[in-house]
Design a protein around this ligand. Structure first.
Ligand code: HEM
Length: 481
């Protein structure tokens, strides 16, 4: 009963097969397939995905209507199989329905983890971890060996987030390996996949079972569980030093039987909350840095300009502080431009309509699933001139920022479900990139030309560069030293 009347007719909808609709057309990178469809069917499009009515919005204006005008009526999350399994039945923040538990757990994390004060308090950790990174890249520079930037960026954010949240560095845990990257990517793929059981009642699970999706999900949950248990053991054995960290705090709340919403905090709640930190916290900042370095390597003019800005501002200082970063205006534009073309979470996290709303004059009924295609909005020629070009200067003459108020650029989403860690994420990205760009010049490996650097994407709820970015560093010799 999908009644979507507009003054002039039906909500546009691409034709699909019986039962599965267009599920089979989405492929590994649904945001790209949906972008192509939106060029034909418009910025509000109804999709037949099995039995579940789904609407995709793909313009700044329709995103404004969803995230601002009607936010309250569509800010809950749908029940989805992948998220349900990995979040212990929606006990985390990102996949929890809009209810009292969500409000309270989000508030707790905002105070204890994401606040400006907390972020400032972890600056010494960032300084130490960035120094380690610079030292290791300096070694490659002295031997003229290439550096894998996907790995370097991830190892930086993993170390910082682990020390800041779990109070331990990742050495000695399952985190200390490529295996951890695999676990994170696999979990994100499981969270982002359009699973048949979410769209086709009763028989969808058979498709998931046959395709192996179900067993991948179970394995992913087991792998993550092993990591959490290891983390709890480390805390129990008191191997870590220092003051109470976020995990200690949650474990203390469990002991004290603290109630959030109507739930007494249990081990499963803690695991679900840690999943958000692990998956949303580490991966997103690293992905942004990797894409920024990719675009800079593809655009040597921009690379030179941003390095000049940083090096000129730094003058005789050797260590970049957060005060300096505030002056790096062009770097900030480079990051916004990176988010425009490579938003880490291209379809945001799905929403569900809880009371009938109108978008662009179309009626969207209760229970409709909503996706905002931020990836498509970043490429909309109605908003962006020459959208495929990487041109940070486009942010010079406007005040468009990335904090959820300007619907042309939504790397953190918007409305009640906006990323609660914007400051934490942004400062991590700015600090990491400023250091990579200040201390090193970056060349392509022998035999490679700029055109060889690809921008292929890996599938998942968050989208990283598929093929590793490999560049050769040369140490910048500060003329003052
Ligand atoms: C550059 C870094 C980051 C980016 C680009 C980013 C982006 C996003 C996006 C797009 C969403 C979905 C918003 C929506 O559905 O409307 C989100 C949600 C979320 N993010 Fe971030 N994020 C970043 C860093 C972080 C960090 C560092 C953490 C935690 C340590 C974090 C924790 C979360 C959580 C818990 C949610 C769920 C919010 C909710 O549903 O209420 N994020 N983030």
């Amino acid at each position: 009963v999908f009644n979507h009347k507009k003054k002039h007719g039906q909500l546009p909808s691409p034709p699909g097969l019986p039962v599965i609709g267009i599920l089979h057309q989405l492929g590994e990178l649904p945001h790209q397939s949906l972008w192509k469809l939106s060029k034909k069917y418009g910025p509000v499009m109804h999709l037949k995905l099995g039995r579940v009515p789904t609407v995709i919005v793909s313009s700044a204006e329709t995103a404004r209507q969803v995230l601002k005008v009607h936010d309250l009526h569509c800010c809950t999350r749908p029940s989805l199989t992948g998220p349900r399994e990995l979040s212990y039945n929606y006990l985390d923040i990102a996949f929890s329905p809009y209810d009292d538990y969500w409000k309270e757990v989000r508030k707790l994390c905002a105070q204890e983890l994401f606040s400006t004060k907390q972020v400032h308090s972890i600056q010494p950790i960032k300084d130490e971890e960035v120094k380690k990174l610079i030292d290791s890249i300096s070694e490659s520079a002295s031997q003229k060996t290439p550096v894998n930037l996907n790995k370097k960026c991830l190892s930086l954010t993993v170390s910082v987030v682990c020390r800041a949240t779990f109070g331990v560095s990742f050495e000695g845990t399952v985190l200390n390996s490529d295996r951890f990257n695999q676990i994170v990517r696999e979990a994100l793929e499981m969270l982002g996949s359009f699973s048949a059981s979410d769209f086709i009642p009763f028989v969808g699970w058979i498709i998931d079972w046959l395709s192996g999706l179900q067993s991948r999900r179970e394995r992913s949950k087991r792998d993550l569980n092993l990591f959490y248990e290891q983390m709890f053991d480390l805390h129990k054995q008191g191997k870590k030093q220092g003051s109470e960290d976020f995990v200690d705090l949650l474990l203390r709340f469990e002991k004290e039987e603290v109630v959030l919403g109507n739930d007494k905090l249990t081990r499963n709640h803690i695991k679900a909350i840690l999943m958000d930190v692990l998956l949303a916290g580490m991966d997103t900042s690293a992905i942004t840095m990797t894409w920024a370095m990719t675009e800079l390597a593809r655009n040597p003019r921009v690379m030179r300009k941003v390095q000049n800005e940083i090096r000129t501002q730094m003058g005789e200082k050797a260590i970049i502080s957060m005060d300096e970063i505030e002056q790096f205006h062009y770097l900030k534009m480079v990051i916004k431009e990176t988010w425009r073309l490579h938003p880490t979470t291209p379809l945001l996290i799905p929403r569900e309509v809880t009371s009938e709303i109108q978008i662009d004059g179309y009626t969207i009924p209760v229970k409709t699933r909503l996706h905002v295609n931020v990836w498509a909005i970043g490429r909309d020629p109605e908003t962006w001139k020459d959208p495929e070009a990487f041109l940070p200067e486009r942010f010079m003459d406007n005040n468009i920022d990335a904090k959820g108020q300007d619907f042309e650029l939504l790397p953190f989403g918007g409305g009640r479900r906006i990323c609660p860690a914007i400051y934490m994420g942004t400062t991590m990205v700015e600090f990491g990139l400023a250091n990579l760009l200040y201390h090193f010049d970056w060349k392509l490996p022998d035999g490679m030309v700029v055109e060889d650097i690809d921008i292929e994407e890996a599938p998942g709820l968050t989208v990283n560069k598929k093929n590793d970015l490999v560049l050769v560093p040369t140490k910048y010799l500060d003329p003052c030293n």
